[in-house]
Design a protein around this ligand. Structure first.
Ligand code: FES
Ligand code: FES
Length: 204
């Protein structure tokens, strides 16, 4: 009995579906009832999948077509080949991707690439003079301010901005204004010492 009921239900379902399908076919073949507005529907407007922008990176002019959804971090790493800025969290929480745009520190992973039109980008690859490290780079070496080094480019770029902003007056102030840059290796004492040292050299 139980099997018969199951078969009946199954047949009913199949029949219902087939009948519905036939009915729909007939309706569409005859062009009778349609959803309101269907006749007036137009294809969605196509949109461009690339955008032409121009900007500078480390003093070099760049013009290129970008996917408007690209982040500055992916633009630098995947399109331009500058891999100094690191992808740590990709959510604006670790600071590993810190670069400068028009001299201000930003997290590149949360910055849309289309926003850099006409701007000046500076990455870790562009801060040393030809034969001389930037004082912040040298200070990181002098103070042993890294272990694995993954966070270091972001720490250095953020440290330079921290000094320029006038927030390197004391160790506590450096710690506060560098709090957006995380170091999983815990190299914080060396990082604070490096920024304090570079602050003296950048000011002289
Ligand atoms: Fe950008 Fe972490 S990768 S903040
Ligand atoms: Fe390893 Fe900072 S040196 S994460």
């Amino acid at each position: 009995m139980e099997n018969e009921i199951r078969n009946m239900t199954s047949n009913l379902s199949r029949r219902t579906v087939l009948q519905s399908g036939v009915a729909l076919s007939v309706l569409s073949a005859t062009g009778l009832p349609q959803l309101a507005g269907a006749q007036d529907a137009v294809a969605p407007a196509s949109f461009s999948t690339s955008l032409d922008i121009g900007f500078t990176v480390n003093g070099e002019a760049v013009s290129m077509a970008i996917d408007p959804r690209t982040s500055v971090l992916d633009l630098l790493r995947e399109e331009i080949g500058l891999t100094g800025a690191k992808k740590g969290c990709d959510h604006g929480q670790c600071g590993a991707c810190t670069i400068h745009i028009d001299g201000k520190r930003v997290v590149a992973c949360l910055t849309p690439a289309f926003q850099v039109e006409g701007r000046e980008l500076t990455t870790i690859e562009g801060i040393a003079a030809e034969d001389e490290l930037h004082p912040m780079q040298q200070a990181f070496i002098d103070n042993d301010a890294l272990q694995c080094g993954y966070c270091t480019p972001g720490q250095i770029m953020s440290g330079i901005a921290c000094v320029r902003e006038g927030h390197a007056g004391s160790d506590d102030e450096i710690r506060e204004y560098m709090s957006g840059n995380l170091c999983r290796c815990g190299a914080y004492p060396g990082i604070v010492a490096a920024i304090a040292q570079a602050a003296q050299e950048m000011e002289t």
